[in-house]
Design a protein around this ligand. Structure first.
Ligand SMILES: Cc1cc2nc3c(=O)[nH]c(=O)nc-3n(C[C@H](O)[C@H](O)[C@H](O)COP(=O)(O)O)c2cc1C
Length: 204
């Protein structure tokens, strides 16, 4: 038996809670932007993904109009920082709706690290920073999709195995439903199966 949720018969907020509880786990883009007045903003966004490989573009969604979106519209630049498990409280603190004159860096006790290619800083305590320039801003329903071309990537030497970031050292947080968050579970490895290795009747 399944419970069926018809959109027409379900409230918008209940439908939203269903989506955010079932599209899981979501990675967290810890987005740093600088306002036109020079205030460094930092806010987590879990509607976040890789949108294009070449050019390399990431995408996050602003639900409504927020300081992050206003700053990015004004400057065309931002950084996306990885949200690691050891910064759980700080990441959550930067999701507080401070007035635009307050920097979440100061409120949460985080360090600004200068970026190499954009004016918005990196989060010094985070192991990965993606420096981005706006590719496109796309309104969608009551949301706005921000597409950023990744022009530079900075990864802490401490999490690298050669040139490869080690997932067990990155320890990214994820977002689940309600106020639930996830941490990395067991890491499993498996090779993709080549179609030629399947038994005969499944081959094209
Ligand atoms: C883990 C987490 C994920 C979030 N994901 C989103 C998101 O995807 N989109 C969004 O608009 N707000 C999201 N929020 C809420 C924003 O972070 C929050 O509204 C914040 O105050 C926005 O800051 P700003 O006004 O400085 O841009 C999230 C909050 C948390 C704690």
């Amino acid at each position: 038996m399944r419970r069926e949720f018809n959109k027409a018969e379900t409230s918008a907020s209940a439908f939203y809670r269903l989506l955010t509880a079932t599209v899981v786990p979501r990675p967290i883009a810890w987005v740093c932007s600088r306002s036109a007045a020079g205030v460094d903003n930092l806010a987590p966004h879990s509607f976040y993904t890789v949108a294009s490989v070449n050019p390399p573009i990431i995408q996050f969604t602003s639900v409504g109009e927020k300081d992050t979106l206003r700053n990015i519209r004004a400057t065309g630049e931002f950084t996306v920082n990885l949200a690691p498990e050891e910064l759980f409280e700080q990441v959550n603190a930067t999701g507080t709706a401070f007035t635009e004159s307050i920097s979440e860096f100061d409120a949460a006790g985080l360090t600004r690290e200068p970026s190499l290619t954009v004016r918005a800083p990196r989060v010094g305590e985070s192991p990965v920073a993606l420096e981005c320039r706006v590719h496109r801003i796309l309104p969608m329903g009551d949301c706005t999709l921000v597409f950023g071309e990744v022009v530079h990537v900075a990864v802490s030497e401490e999490v690298l195995d050669g040139v490869h970031p080690r997932i067990d050292l990155l320890r990214p947080l994820s977002r689940l439903g309600l106020d639930e968050w996830g941490t990395m579970g067991q890491i499993r490895r498996i090779k993709r199966i080549r179609v030629d290795d399947w038994p005969g009747h499944f081959r094209p």
